[in-house]
Design a protein. Structure first.
Lengths: 113, 108
């Protein structure tokens, strides 16, 4: 069974631009969570979607948003990019919300210049 | 103080050694993950446990809910085990909270 797929793998953007990242979960999984990983802050929770609804949100500014489609695929959008948004963005899918095994994608490495 | 603390932060071992990585948490949890991250970024889930002990090959994970503590053991370590090992807990709602990770290097 296919794993979690994130696209693109690498991305270079300029300050002020916006970016959209995509995550396709494992077939049958309904929960998709997004995380940001930076050397200074480690892994931090961005938000979680379940059945097309955002169920939980981390402590990030409103420039970070997301959505989930009826097929459970999820997108994450960052507007007005800042240098500090350079990070590895990981998504994880799980069958249900919380307390079930999470499976991670390979991540999208975003560099803002 | 972080809600999830791991120790040690860095660990260097010789091939064949027995390795232990510790994780302590200060919040109520429903389950705990041990994750492995290789250079390049991808994260692999090694274990999810909410009580007792699990074993997979040379890897063993234990958790003591009362003491809010978990350990990951690697028996007969191998250079291919070199990676960052991350402890993560399911806390309120549906979010994972992560430890800072343990960088393991196993030398041949």
């Amino acid at each position: 069974k296919a794993g979690v797929t994130q696209t693109p793998r690498y991305l270079i953007k300029t300050r002020g631009q916006q970016v959209t990242l995509s995550c396709s979960p494992i077939s049958g999984h309904r929960s998709v969570s997004w995380y940001q990983q930076t050397p200074g802050q480690g892994l931090q929770f961005l938000f979680e979607y379940f059945s097309e609804t955002q169920r939980n949100k981390g402590n990030f500014p409103g420039r970070f948003s997301g959505r989930q489609f009826s097929n459970s695929r999820s997108e994450m959008n960052v507007s007005t990019l800042e240098l500090g948004d350079s990070a590895l963005y990981l998504c994880a899918s799980s069958f249900n919300q919380g307390n079930t095994e999470a499976f991670f994608g390979q991540g999208t490495r975003l560099t803002v210049v | 103080k972080n809600e999830v603390e791991q120790s040690p932060q860095n660990l260097t071992a010789q091939e064949g050694e027995f390795i232990t990585i510790n994780c302590s948490y200060s919040v109520g949890i429903s389950a705990l993950h041990w994750l492995q991250q290789h250079p390049g970024g991808g994260i692999v889930s090694l274990f999810m446990l909410s009580s007792g002990k699990k074993k997979h090959g040379r890897l063993i994970a234990t958790i003591n809910i009362q003491e809010k503590h978990s350990s990951l053991h690697i028996t007969a370590s191998h250079p291919r085990d070199s990676a960052v090992y991350i402890c993560a807990v399911w806390t309120s709602g549906s979010r994972l909270t992560f430890g800072e990770g343990t960088q393991l290097t196993v030398n041949p």
